[in-house]
Structure formats: structure tokens, C-alpha cells
Write a protein that binds this ligand. Structure first.
Ligand code: SF4
Length: 424
């Protein structure tokens, strides 16, 4: 029996109890959220993980995506990235390797983390076809579903599946044109395959079969965003909206069948379109958990895209997005290093917290930090910091003569001066 079926039958499971405790909500709130399709808890019958609830009324969660490329294949480095993502406080991990022994890498990464792990099974199906038969367009439909089931059995908790790319979506994409092209690897593989083979996307035409696999292995389905904009000038365009409409309809079907489901959202969005995107996504998907990829709010800051995405993520979380995919500083430039994975997660966690300050009015930690700063209580400030190690290191490297203050104002520490004369 799936979590959705348990929730519908009124049963509160151990996973629901854990999420309720973590989030400070009632167990029945979580149960109702799952029954209504507004909350998911990605689980797997094959692996125990750190339980993490995603959805309405819960803290915004952060995903870190890692994985090899065709140019850089270093399994130890990917395991280290998984470790750094967890150390930085990521809530989930996606393993998206496209180079090397894909099964071996996935096994090693899964074994190295306690987080829920996500995947994009079509990468492996298309890459194996390219290696065996010379091109991704030779991918066999049966292989796609076989690989999906195999990845589920390795303990994958959620899968991004590109169900919303069909002929209607491609017609809209072709007719409207694009300034930034198509940047989703899954979207590109599937588009090429459909056009070459003159066939419908099997993830769309065989959606019932896909649901059987998801249900059998209790995988949470993340409706993939293959048409996401790769440039702010393409945001909220017809192809993106067309894909969203299809995904939203299929998400309802998945939920009705007892499969937990998330709907993914776009990648590059100017700030003034973020609110509309969140409202639209939530409205048409019947308030399914919304997985926002970024979003990047400008295209001209390569090298700093973790910050660019954090601006967008803070706003989208504030407006109601539930789950944020991090972006690293090397986005658009290179495969990230473990250090950049760490940085990306921290940037995204800051954004998620800023969003939760609006969405959930979660401001207790900020109040405590205000008091700790006023009282010049440095230990408490470090404890409350998003990255205590970094905060402590910066202070210790530049210690002031007066240990109560810091080297910013030294003898003229405003707080110290006023605290002598004033009790707040
Ligand atoms: S020295 Fe200046 S910056 Fe540092 S704690 Fe005092 S008031 Fe704040």
C-alpha cells in the first residue's frame, strides 16, 4: 500500500509522524496533505533515508544535483560532492551522471548518503543507446522502462520524468522560436528522438505503464520540465505553458492512482514573472508540490549564478514554491567541484529560508540572531549562522583588540557604546 493510499484511508504512518515532528505541524495535517496531493514524502522500499516532507505548509526544501559528465568522470569526486551537499544542509540529492559507468556511480552515490536520491532515468536510456547503437535517437522504448524500474530497485526515491513533451508541445516550440534554445538535456534527447523516429514520447503515450512502475517501487514522480527557458527572454512562453498543462493533467492521474507526485517548474525567469509562474503552476496542478529549478533572474552573471538563482528562489519560495533545485557558481561554465556544490547548497538554503520568512512567517531564528548581535554574544551568533564554520573562521582570522567587538568598528563599536548606557 502506498503512502497516498494510507493517507486516504486515514492511516498515519511513521513517515508522516516524523515529518509532523520536524515541521511543527500536526500528524493529521501531513496525512491530509498527502491524501490531497499537496505534500509528498519521497520514500523507497529498498533503502532507509532521512525522512523529508515536501509541500504546502512545510519548510521549503533544497535539492543538490550532482553527477559526472562525458568530460569529467571521477566517482570519488561525485561521492565527495554528495558528502558536501549533505554537510551544507541539502534536503535531497539528485544523481545525474552522464559519463562513465552510470550504474556503478549511482550505486556508490546512493550508498554514500542518507538523503533521498532522485534521478532522471531517460539519461541512462539515451546514453546507453548512443554507446551501443551510435546515437541517442536509437533508444528503445522497452529499455527506457526497464532502466526506470532498475533505478527504482537501487533505492531511488524520486524521478524526474519528461512526460509533458508531446507533439503538441513540439509544435508550439517550433512555431514560436526561442532566444536561448532548449537547455534541458532530457528535453533535448526526447525531442530529437521523437522527430527522428516520428513517434510520440513513450513517457506520454505509455503513461499508465510508467505509473505501474512508479507504484510498484513506490517512487515519487517528479513531472520533468523539458521545455524550461534557458534565457530570461524565453520565460513563460507557449512551449513551457503547454508542457505544464500536460504535466498537470498527468499529475492528477498519477495521484488518483496512488502515486506521490511533484510538478517541476521553469529555469530562467525575470523577477517580475516569478509570482505569475508560481500562481499558475499551483493553480493548474491543483496545488501539487512545486519543484522550482532556480530560477535564474538574469543571464549576465556567469560565475555567480548561485546568487542569481538565490534571488529567484527566495521570491518563488515566498510566493509558494515548495522545493528548490540549487544552482552552483559554475552553472553554464563547467561541472561543479565539491566546494562549489557546498556553496550552491548554502546559497539555496539562504533563499529557502528567506522565502519561508514570507510564506510561513518563520522568523524566530532571525529574532534570536538580532538579540545575539545586540548582546555581542558571539558563540550564539555562530550557532544560529547558516554556516557556523565560515562565520567563526572569518571572525577568528581578524580578531579585534577588544574581544567583545569586531574589527569593523573596533573601539567605536556602536553596540558596545550604547549597551553601556542603555538596557534594551
Ligand atoms: S564593531 Fe561594529 S560591526 Fe562589529 S559588532 Fe560592534 S557595531 Fe557591529
Amino acid at each position: 500500500m502506498s503512502l497516498v493510499e494510507d493517507a486516504r484511508a486515514g492511516r498515519i504512518t511513521q513517515e508522516m509522524r516524523i515529518v509532523a515532528r520536524q515541521e511543527g505541524v500536526t500528524e493529521d495535517f501531513v496525512r491530509r496533505g498527502i491524501a490531497g496531493g499537496h505534500i509528498v514524502i519521497p520514500v523507497s522500499p529498498y533503502r532507509k533515508v532521512k525522512i523529508c516532507g515536501i509541500g504546502e505548509g512545510l519548510r521549503t526544501k533544497v535539492n543538490a544535483s550532482i553527477g559526472t559528465s562525458t568530460d569529467i568522470v571521477d566517482i570519488d569526486m561525485e561521492v565527495e560532492k554528495a558528502r558536501q551537499a549533505e554537510r551544507a544542509g541539502a534536503d535531497t540529492l539528485m544523481e545525474l551522471s552522464t559519463g562513465g559507468d552510470l550504474v556503478e556511480i549511482r550505486k556508490r552515490v546512493i550508498a554514500s548518503t542518507s538523503l533521498s536520491v532522485g534521478s532522471v532515468p531517460l539519461y541512462q536510456a539515451f546514453i546507453e543507446a548512443a554507446r551501443k547503437d551510435g546515437a541517442v535517437v536509437h533508444m528503445k522504448e522497452d529499455d527506457l522502462f526497464r532502466i526506470t524500474a532498475e533505478q527504482a530497485k537501487l533505492g531511488t526515491n524520486f524521478m524526474a520524468i519528461h512526460t509533458g513533451i508531446n507533439w503538441e508541445t513540439l509544435k508550439r516550440l517550433r512555431n514560436q522560436g526561442r532566444h536561448g534554445g532548449l537547455v534541458s538535456r532530457g528535453g533535448a534527447f526526447m525531442t530529437a528522438w521523437m522527430i527522428h523516429n516520428e513517434k510520440e514520447n513513450p513517457l506520454y503515450s505509455e503513461f499508465d505503464y510508467l505509473l505501474e512502475i512508479m507504484k510498484e517501487h513506490e517512487v515519487t514522480l517528479s513531472m520533468g520540465n523539458g521545455m524550461r527557458a534557458g534565457a530570461v527572454h524565453d520565460a513563460t512562453d507557449r512551449a513551457q505553458i503547454q508542457e505544464l498543462l500536460i504535466n498537470a493533467e498527468l499529475a492528477d492521474k498519477a495521484h488518483a492512482e496512488g502515486v506521490q507526485v511533484i510538478v517541476e517548474g521553469p529555469g530562467h525567469i525575470p523577477i517580475d514573472e516569478i509570482q505569475a509562474n508560481v500562481i499558475l503552476q499551483k493553480r493548474v496542478s491543483n496545488r501539487k508540490p512545486f519543484y522550482m529549478l532556480g530560477p535564474l533572474v538574469t543571464d549576465i552573471a556567469p560565475g555567480y549564478d548561485d546568487r542569481v538563482a538565490a534571488i529567484g528562489a527566495a521570491l518563488s519560495s515566498g510566493y509558494g514554491a515548495d522545493f528548490i533545485c540549487y544552482v552552483t557558481p559554475s552553472e553554464h561554465l563547467a561541472l561543479p567541484t565539491p566546494e562549489e556544490v557546498f556553496e550552491g547548497v548554502i546559497s539555496s538554503r539562504i533563499a529557502a529560508h528567506v522565502g519561508d520568512m514570507i510564506k510561513l512567517k518563520k522568523r524566530e531564528a532571525d529574532l534570536e540572531m538580532g538579540h545575539a548581535r545586540r548582546d555581542l554574544d558571539w558563540e550564539r551568533q555562530f550557532q544560529l549562522a547558516m554556516n557556523p564554520e565560515r562565520a567563526r573562521k572569518i571572525r577568528q582570522e581578524r580578531m579585534p583588540a577588544d574581544a567583545d567587538a569586531c574589527t569593523m568598528c573596533g573601539d567605536y563599536c556602536a553596540l558596545k557604546i550604547v549597551n553601556r548606557h542603555f538596557s534594551f
